[in-house]
Design a protein around this ligand. Structure first.
Ligand SMILES: [Zn+2]
Length: 272
């Protein structure tokens, strides 16, 4: 069984704009179908039991409507996929956006620092983090400008600032925390909610995302969670997963990363 904690569903217009951006910038030809039902079908075909998806508000005035779309998308696939909500901190009522989203079926918050031009340690996020803790919900955050630019140490410092304030907040750092992957490892014992997600780390498109070898993955397997970034990837869904399975990890590590750790994260929302 596989749970994928990092995928994307966006409204059609936004998806088209994102695709155009990827075509013009890294030159990625992204042509996987993007309708919620089509994405869900691909994930099912690849043995994914459950997935988590997100979008993000890159400007003010769009978060509430976008969250409503995400919840509707989840409903359209019978909550096989579970949505994360978005907020934009320059919206005057962003905290209300978060409250509404959590009450409507979202299981956490997605932050994309680079696309949103917002930093995770912006104090205005803090009431949202408090709300997430009350709901046992989590944050999934893309830290810094990777893969376009590597700015070491700064991103992890921002994550640390958040976790010092909220030591038990469930906080997933996307893309294995690149470029600071190894520096996150000593933080794991101190912050029980800190996790790294594997998005694109095994794909070879972004070779520097996987800074860890098999032994290190084994040693930290309880805090690493599988994510794919599908359908915003320039390769078929199964390719990276197959690559990961070829790493000769023990079956307990594979299960932890592909399933058990994610189950812990989404469990509060499956019970009801
Ligand atoms: Zn992503």
């Amino acid at each position: 069984m596989v749970i994928d904690v990092h995928t994307h569903l966006h409204p059609p217009k936004l998806f088209a704009a994102i695709r155009k951006w990827f075509r013009d910038n890294p030159g990625w030809q992204l042509d996987h179908p993007t309708e919620p039902s089509a994405v869900a079908e691909t994930l099912r075909e690849n043995g994914v039991e459950r997935f988590v998806f997100s979008s993000y508000a890159h400007r003010t005035g769009m978060a509430r409507e976008l969250n409503a779309w995400l919840i509707e998308a989840a409903r359209s696939i019978d909550f096989y996929g579970l949505p994360l909500f978005t907020v934009h901190l320059d919206d005057p009522d962003y905290l209300e956006d978060a409250t509404i989203a959590l009450a409507s079926g979202c299981i956490g918050l997605k932050i994309h620092e680079d696309v949103q031009a917002l930093l995770v340690n912006d104090q205005r996020f803090y009431p949202v983090y408090s709300l997430l803790r009350e709901h046992d919900a989590f944050v999934l955050a893309h830290i810094g400008p990777i893969p376009w630019k590597n700015v070491p140490e700064k991103g992890i410092a921002r994550v640390k600032a958040v976790l010092r304030k909220y030591p038990d907040l469930k906080f997933l750092v996307a893309h294995m925390g690149a470029p600071d992957t190894r520096s996150y490892l000593p933080l794991l014992p101190e912050f029980p909610g800190l996790h790294l997600d594997t998005t694109m780390a095994f794909s070879k498109v972004t070779a520097d995302y996987l800074a860890l070898n098999a032994d290190e993955l084994e040693a930290h397997s309880s805090r690493i969670v599988y994510g794919s970034d599908y359908p915003t990837v320039p390769y078929p869904y199964g390719r990276e997963l197959a690559q990961f399975r070829r790493m000769n990890l023990t079956s307990s590590t594979l299960e932890a990363i592909l399933q058990d750790n994610a189950v812990r994260l989404i469990a509060p929302f499956l019970a009801s």
